[in-house]
Design a binder for this molecule. Structure first.
Ligand code: AMP
Ligand code: ZN
Length: 114
């Protein structure tokens, strides 16, 4: 497939699997913006962006958020806090059109909206 995240999930492009199950794959961002910077993706290319989300996909997106919460605990950043980011389309800074959730933490993060 042409999609880079599909190729990562299929293990055609090497990455460190931080977590994998039947549905989700988690790997480190190649250009980390914080000491912990993971990407949580569905293995299948079923959704380009949150902007394309259907109500039937709330379960999938919820499991992505829940996986991020569990990984934050595993990575030891949950107590001090972290950030979850969905970049959406062009103005949101989305570069890869395969839906993904950023988990960022391990330091005080700069504020964009507060
Ligand atoms: P976004 O801007 O939300 O679309 O985020 C895409 C992210 O994917 C960026 O933070 C990139 O650094 C990251 N990225 C792109 N290619 C790779 C790759 N081969 N392995 C890991 N992360 C990648
Ligand atoms: Zn894809």
């Amino acid at each position: 497939p042409a999609c880079i995240f599909c190729q990562i999930a299929a293990r055609d492009i090497p990455s460190t699997a931080v977590f994998a199950d039947d549905e989700l794959y988690v790997f480190p961002d190649i250009h980390p913006q914080a000491p912990v910077h993971l990407l949580i993706i569905p293995k299948e290319h079923i959704l380009r962006s949150v902007a394309d989300m259907a109500e039937s996909q709330t379960g999938l997106l919820g499991r992505m958020v829940f996986r991020a919460k569990l990984l934050a605990e595993e990575q030891g950043i949950a107590d001090q806090g972290y950030r979850l980011v969905f970049n959406v389309r062009h103005h949101g800074g989305q570069e890869v059109d395969h839906v993904h959730l950023h988990l960022l933490g391990g330091q005080v993060l700069g504020s964009l909206v507060g």
